[in-house]
Each structure stands twice: as structure tokens, then as C-alpha cells.
Design a protein around this ligand. Structure first.
Ligand SMILES: Cc1cc2nc3c(=O)[nH]c(=O)nc-3n(C[C@H](O)[C@H](O)[C@H](O)COP(=O)(O)OP(=O)(O)OC[C@H]3O[C@@H](n4cnc5c(N)ncnc54)[C@H](O)[C@@H]3O)c2cc1C
Length: 241
């Protein structure tokens, strides 16, 4: 799958997934297809010619001209408020991709896989979990640990709640507000939580960690301290803290 030049992309649908995030379906004629975990660049051009580019993970994978993104609004951001509040079905953007050769999962890799997301960092991990669920021949055991401020901040919450029954073990951690009746963990992800919710180092899992920079660094450091092979911990930083 070679990286495309900038391609015109038509917005097919815009669906709220939280009060501040939207799932965008795009039709991209000429899209070369992508692997689970890859991202693309979006380019916006204003009427005066000013351009802004940002990276967005692909929630979709495989062949075909339709791609799926999920964008979480960063207050005071330049691009994400436009993609979340302004963009409508029928609008045109430009995209380039697929990008990223390292933060990808291949369905023929039999290793246990651990997915660890903070906030919107769940997007490429949803692509990986969907690919695992679709790949009936895959033998790779998969788990997801998803850290969000509150239940209402979770992207793809409804779909993720079905993962457990479809072979992807799921654990949640709420950093600020837990749902009523929650008797699991609340607070930041730490070594104790990772020991409970992550495949053990003895299984040598392939680990994908994605989210804000501070979250990714704290989790990756804690994993290595607890005995995981640094070469098996793949990280993707979304920026911010
Ligand atoms: C490989 C990759 C994949 C990404 N995938 C996604 C995705 O699937 N969904 C998604 O919503 N975003 C994703 N991002 C983040 C995205 O590229 C933008 O950084 C984000 O949308 C903010 O852009 P902005 O123009 O609105 O904010 P900017 O104008 O660039 O920044 C405004 C302020 O927000 C801070 N900031 C920027 N990004 C973040 C962030 N992610 N979290 C917290 N603070 C931030 C900046 O430090 C700055 O202070 C990804 C980033 C990378 C590098």
C-alpha cells in the first residue's frame, strides 16, 4: 500500500460519538487501502489559500475508497473544532496516506496483543480490534485497556462494549468520574492497574499504546519498569499533555 499524493475526499457522513467528538466517513477515490493502526494527513484550505494539516488515525482498514476517522475537539485548536463542529456531509477535504509503518497490526501475527488507549487514542486501536474480530483465522489473543475521564468521554463506547463478547477482553479506567455503580478502578493508570489489566511480560505481548503524549510516556515507562520488552511496546503520541 503506497502513500498517496493529496487526494480529494468527500465527507459522506458525520456522526456524534461524544458531545465533543465526531466520526467522519470519507469517500476517497484512489485510496490505496490501509493496515489497522495507520493514519492519514488531512489538509484544509481556506478561501484565502491558507492551509492547515493535521494527522488523524484511521478507524477503518483494508481495501476500498471509504475511510473512517474520529476527531475529538481540542478547545482552542485550529483544525479539530472545524472538523467536529463545522464540517458537513458533502464537504470536500484533502487527505494523504496511509502513513505509519510501525504502529500497525498484521492479522497473521499470532502474538498476544495488548491495546492501551487514553482518550481519542482509542481510534487506531478500534481499527486493530475490528480487524482482529473480522479475522476469524487469527489466533492472536487481544485485550484493550481504555482510560477516559468519564463514561461520556469515551469514543466508540457502544461498539467497544460489544468487544468482550467478540473475543477482545476489555477493561475501562475512569480518571475523573466513574459511572454510577462502578466498582472498578478510578484514577490515573499506574503499575498496579497495568499488572491487572495487561497481559503479563511472560507472555511477551505486542503492546500498542496511543493517546496524549503524557499518557503514552507514563504508560510505556511503567510497562518497561514492570518487565515488558521495550522493543515490543509500540507507541503513538497525539500531541498535547
Ligand atoms: C499520528 C497521529 C494520529 C492522530 N489521530 C488523531 C485521531 O484519531 N483523533 C483525534 O482527535 N486526534 C488525533 N491526532 C491529533 C491531531 O493530529 C491534532 O493534533 C488534534 O486534532 C488537535 O489539532 P488542532 O489543530 O485542533 O489543535 P492545535 O491548534 O494544533 O493545538 C491547540 C492546542 O492543543 C494542544 N493539543 C494538540 N493536540 C492535542 C491532543 N491530541 N490532545 C491534547 N492537546 C492537544 C496543543 O499543544 C496546543 O496547545 C493525531 C495525531 C497524530 C500525530
Amino acid at each position: 500500500m503506497t502513500v498517496s499524493a493529496w487526494l480529494p475526499a468527500r465527507v459522506v457522513s458525520v456522526t456524534p460519538t461524544t458531545p465533543h467528538a465526531r466520526v467522519l466517513m470519507l469517500d476517497v477515490p484512489g485510496w490505496p487501502g490501509n493496515l489497522p493502526g495507520q493514519h492519514l494527513d488531512v489538509r484544509l484550505t481556506a478561501e484565502d489559500g491558507y492551509q492547515a494539516e493535521r494527522s488523524y488515525s484511521l478507524a477503518s482498514s483494508g481495501a476500498g475508497a471509504r475511510v473512517e476517522l474520529a476527531v475529538d475537539e481540542i478547545p482552542d485548536g485550529e483544525v479539530s473544532p472545524y472538523l467536529v463542529r463545522e464540517v458537513r456531509a458533502g464537504d470536500e477535504l484533502e487527505v494523504k496516506g496511509p502513513l505509519g509503518a510501525y504502529f500497525v497490526w498484521r492479522t497473521d501475527d499470532p502474538s498476544p496483543v495488548q491495546l492501551i488507549a487514553g482518550g481519542s487514542g482509542v481510534v487506531p486501536l478500534v481499527a486493530i480490534a475490528r480487524a482482529r474480530i473480522a479475522a476469524s483465522a487469527s489466533v492472536s489473543p487481544m485485550r484493550l485497556l481504555y482510560s477516559v475521564r468519564s463514561a461520556g468521554d469515551a469514543l466508540y463506547a457502544e461498539e467497544i462494549s460489544t468487544f468482550e463478547d467478540r473475543g477482545v477482553t476489555t477493561s475501562w479506567v475512569y480518571t475523573r468520574t466513574a459511572p454510577d455503580g462502578w466498582n472498578g478502578r478510578t484514577g490515573r493508570v499506574d503499575a498496579d492497574l497495568l499488572a491487572d489489566a495487561v497481559w503479563s511480560p511472560s507472555m511477551n505481548p505486542l503492546i500498542f499504546v496511543c493517546g496524549p503524549t503524557g499518557f503514552v510516556e507514563a504508560v510505556a515507562d511503567a510497562l518497561v519498569v514492570s518487565g515488558h520488552d521495550p522493543g515490543r511496546v509500540r507507541t503513538e503520541r497525539f500531541g498535547g499533555s
